[in-house]
Ligand binder design. Sequence first.
Ligand code: SF4
Length: 310
Amino acid sequence: MLSEHADLRALSLKDILTASDGTRKILFALDDGLVIETVVIPCDRGRTTVCVSSQVGCAMNCQFCYTGRMGLRRHLTAAEIVEQAVYARRLLSGDVGSITNVVFMGMGEPFHNIENVIKAADILVDEQGLHFSPRKVTVSTSGLVPQLKRFLHESKCALAVSLNATTDEVRNWIMPINRKYKLSFLLETLREELKFKNNYKVLFEYVMLAGINDSIEDAKRLIDLVKGIPCKINLISFNPHCGSQFRPSSDEKMIEFRNILAEGGCIVFMRFSRGDDQMAACGQLGKPGSSQAPLLRVPEQFRVALNLGV
Ligand code: SF4
């Protein structure tokens, strides 16, 4: 098997940081000196997930994301992506148990680097490669619709879509990719494309931001938006990072939101923060440095929620 015999060259290990909950952040140096981050998340029930990066930095400029502040430095090659999982297996299997799942939710928008991501996902599931089940390899996107269609046609791996808002107004602000591919276009594409997939559910991720996207109206709109799409919804607690203007929704708010979705017939999970004391949590990877992507103008009606005054 590749993971046992391959001579690994694309990455060199720089450091491993362990958070108090057992989450590990691995820092790798690339040939050109740039650094990427890979996170290994041990869970209960024998599941351990490795979260791989697909780019150095990211061009999408999602307003709640630390990696987005870096801007895009470069795409990773397929080898640089696959080696993160191979290394995680080699370095940590003894400590955290065997790696069972791979998620493309580290640094970068995977579909902005779709050639290499599809190649890497193929190697991860190939029996001559790492031989993960395609159901255990999930690629996450902020909503690049043409690439999402291509992925659904060419790959058997699972898909996650980072949704995070129920109106174009909010999504245009917190995820600027929505200005190009509107919510209705994104969701209609999924509705159409998933008709041709058997036994396949997309995972919608929804990072909960206090006062921005966590109202009862948002929950009700979300039920309507995902109608007719085979899906699961994952409500994620926001991990504040330095310079972040957003606050996490309270646990009570998340539970209320979850209950409305469940009563509306959705399959819904909640994920509380993991690894945040080592900046290993979702949306916290990378090092923006001195030149940072711009923060966008906050719509008037959300200035109070962010304590900006009016
Ligand atoms: S959330 Fe994902 S797509 Fe958005 S800026 Fe961060 S890494 Fe990029």
